[in-house]
Design a protein around this ligand. Structure first.
Ligand SMILES: Cc1ncc(COP(=O)(O)O)c(C=O)c1O
Length: 441
C-alpha cells in the first residue's frame, strides 16, 4: 500500500473541479506525489495519510515562528471576532505600519496588500509614476510574483546548454497570455555582474524607472549578493534618478528584524514585504521613502477590498510584536548554523564537497566547493544527486523542496532533535542515491 494513498485519492478527486488538482502550479508534484496537508504545528506538517514531515519549505517562507503559532492565532481570533473587512480603515493597521517603519531601515511610510505579487506590482507602478519613466531592470534567477510585468525570464539554456549573451540576454515571457508589447519595458541582466550593470545603466539609465532586486536570490538557491553588489545598485540609482526597489518578500522579517536592508546596510528607495510578515496569514506591504510613498493617493492608484483587513492585520501585529521583542530571529540564525554544520558533517563523511549560499534562516547547500554566484552558474551545475536525495528525504519525513532553487527555510520552532533527525535522514538518503548511482556505472 502506498504511503500517500489518501493524497492520491484526493488528487484524483480534486482534478474534477480544480485544474491539475492544485491552486498553485508549483504544488503539483505529479499524480503519485501531489500532497494534501491535513495540518501543521510548529516545525511539522502532517499529510492526509498522517505522515509527519519536518518542514523546511514552510509555505515557501512565510512560517517564521512555526506553523499555527498560538500567540499569532490568538491575536487573529481576537481580531476576527470583531469583524473582518469594513470598507473603512481599522484600528490595527496603524500599529502594524508603525512597527514596520520602526523595524525596517529605509521605510518611512507603508501601504498594505494581500500578496507579494500585489506588493511588487504596486511598487513598480509607484516607481514609474514617480520617475515618469517606464522601463526597469531585474536580474536573472529572480522571481517577483505572477503579474505580467515581471513574468519574464532570459534564455540561459536550461537543458540545452545554450546561454544567451550576458551583455544582451534574450528575454521571453514565462507564461502564455503575457502581452509581448510589455517585454520592451524590461531588461534582465546577470546577478552580481557589476560591470555589466554599470555599462547598461550608463546606456539607458535615463529611461529607467526602477531596478528591482532580490537582495538574496531567494528563488535561485539563495545566491548571495557579492560584496559591493547592492551598494553599486544604490550608487547607479542615485546617479540616474532610478528608484531602487528591494524585493524583501523572502528576506524581510527573516534574515534580520529589518531584513536585508539592515543586514547588508544598503537602503532601497522602496521595499516589498509579504511572507514572514504574517507567519502564514495572507498579508503584504510596500513601503519606502516618504517623498515617493506620498505619491500614493496623489494620482497614483492603490487599494483593494481586502487590503489591510482586520484578520491579516491581527496576524501581522502579533508576528511583528514577537519578532521585535524576542530573540526569535537570533534563535533561527543559530539553529540554521547548527543545521549547516550537521549537513556539512554528513557530506564530509560521504567524501563529498560542500558549500552554502544565502543566510542560515534561508540557505542552500551545494555538492560543490563553491556556491554559484549567479543563475547561469546554477544552470551549469549537476543537480541530479541533490534532487534525488531530497526526494528520498521527503519519503523519510524531512521536507526541503526537491529543487535547489528553493532555499531551506527555518522557523523558530526547529529543535536540536529535529536537526539531528534531519542529518540522519540526509545520511540515509545520500547512501541510497549514491548506491543507485554506483550500481548504474
Ligand atoms: C522575492 C519574491 N517576490 C515576490 C513573490 C510573490 O509573492 P506571492 O507568491 O505572495 O504573490 C515571491 C514569491 O515567492 C518572491 O519570492
Amino acid at each position: 500500500m502506498t504511503r500517500l494513498k489518501k493524497s492520491i485519492e484526493y488528487h484524483k478527486s480534486a482534478l474534477k473541479s480544480i485544474p491539475l488538482g492544485v491552486n498553485s502550479n508549483f504544488r503539483y508534484w505529479g499524480p503519485e506525489d501531489t500532497l494534501y496537508i491535513s495540518h501543521g504545528k510548529g516545525t511539522y506538517i502532517w499529510d492526509v495519510d498522517e505522515n509527519r514531515y519536518i518542514d523546511y519549505r514552510l509555505g515557501w517562507g512565510p512560517i517564521i515562528l512555526g506553523h499555527s503559532d498560538d500567540r499569532v492565532d490568538e491575536a487573529v481570533y481576537t481580531a476576527m471576532r470583531r469583524g473582518q473587512t469594513f470598507a473603512f480603515s481599522n484600528t490595527l493597521e496603524q500599529q502594524v505600519a508603525e512597527k514596520i517603519v520602526q523595524m525596517c531601515p529605509g521605510v518611512d511610510k507603508v501601504r498594505f496588500a494581500n500578496s507579494g505579487t500585489e506588493a511588487t506590482m504596486h511598487a513598480l507602478r509607484l516607481a514609474r509614476a514617480y520617475t515618469g519613466r517606464e522601463k526597469f531592470i531585474m536580474f536573472e534567477g529572480q522571481y517577483h510574483g505572477l503579474h505580467d510585468y515581471v513574468m519574464f525570464s532570459t534564455n540561459v539554456g536550461e537543458g540545452d546548454g545554450y546561454n544567451s549573451n550576458r551583455r544582451s540576454p534574450v528575454i521571453f515571457p514565462m507564461s502564455s497570455g503575457i502581452p509581448h508589447q510589455i517585454q520592451e519595458l524590461v531588461l534582465i541582466l546577470p546577478f552580481n555582474d557589476l560591470e555589466n550593470l554599470e555599462r547598461v545603466v550608463k546606456q539607458s539609465g535615463h529611461e529607467l524607472a526602477a531596478i528591482l532586486v532580490e537582495p538574496i536570490l531567494g528563488n535561485a538557491g539563495g545566491i548571495t549578493p557579492a560584496k559591493d553588489w547592492l551598494s553599486t545598485i544604490r550608487k547607479v540609482c542615485d546617479q540616474y534618478g532610478i528608484v531602487m526597489i528591494m524585493d524583501e518578500i523572502k528576506t524581510g522579517f527573516r534574515i534580520a528584524k529589518g531584513g536585508a536592508q539592515e543586514y547588508y546596510g544598503v537602503k532601497g528607495d522602496l521595499a516589498t514585504y509579504a511572507k514572514a510578515l504574517g507567519n502564514g496569514y495572507p498579508v503584504a506591504a510596500f513601503g519606502g521613502k516618504k517623498e515617493i510613498m506620498d505619491q500614493v493617493g496623489q494620482g497614483v492608484a492603490h487599494g483593494g477590498t481586502f487590503t489591510a483587513n482586520h484578520v491579516s492585520m491581527g496576524a501581522a501585529n502579533a508576528t511583528l510584536d514577537i519578532l521585535m521583542n524576542t530573540d526569535a530571529l537570533a534563535i533561527i540564525e543559530k539553529q540554521g548554523q547548527k543545521l549547516q554544520e550537521a549537513i556539512a558533517g554528513v557530506l564530509k563523511s560521504a567524501g563529498l564537497p560542500c558549500s552554502f549560499s544565502g543566510h542560515p534562516a534561508m540557505f542552500m547547500f551545494w555538492l560543490a566547493d563553491k556556491a554559484p554566484k549567479e543563475y547561469r552558474e546554477w544552470i551549469e551545475m549537476d543537480h541530479d544527486i541533490y534532487n534525488n536525495v531530497t526526494f528520498e528525504m521527503f519519503k523519510r519525513g524531512v521536507m526541503p523542496e526537491p529543487d535547489s532553487r528553493e532555499p531551506w527555510f527555518l522557523c523558530a520552532s526547529l529543535s536540536d532533535e529535529d536537526i539531528a533527525k534531519t542529518a540522519t535522514v540526509l545520511e540515509d538518503s545520500l547512501k541510497v542515491v549514491l548506491a543507485k548511482n554506483n550500481a548504474r556505472k
